[in-house]
Design a protein around this ligand. Sequence first.
Ligand code: NI
Length: 168
Amino acid sequence: MAKLDILTYPDPRLHKVATPVAVVDDRIRQLVADMAETMYEAPGIGLAATQVDVHERVIVIDVSESRDGLMVFINPEIVWASDNRKVWEEGCLSVPEVYDRVERPDRVKVRALNERGETWEIDADDLLAVCIQHEIDHLDGKVFVEYLSPLKVNRIKSKLQKRVRSRM
Ligand code: NI
């Protein structure tokens, strides 16, 4: 297994739209294993392949407190979303130290493939529903800060760009 580098906003590669996985093979299983290691190490509760500069539709999530509840979503699709919406404070491994409120449907039903290429479905609510939607946004090239006001987005961009510069 290998830990992967996580892209930091506003890296333009975070805006690429990921393509569906054609075959769930050993290459994809290795990607899943590496993404899981990267997520646990960070530590984070979710990671999309886009964030490690792989533009294929793969997500890993673990919202359990014991950190032993890995969920793998390959080619995830939201097949139902509730009309009821809820505001959560979100953060992102690609946007360090930034947390802000985003409103999304509070329940979603998701269909995906697992690492064995089998179809599975989950009815998600609370944090898991938020996390799945946040990660699918990544696959579509969208970072959560883009739901915020342009003023806030500019402030976040300049803060993170300064951070990158000072690390050179
Ligand atoms: Ni994120």
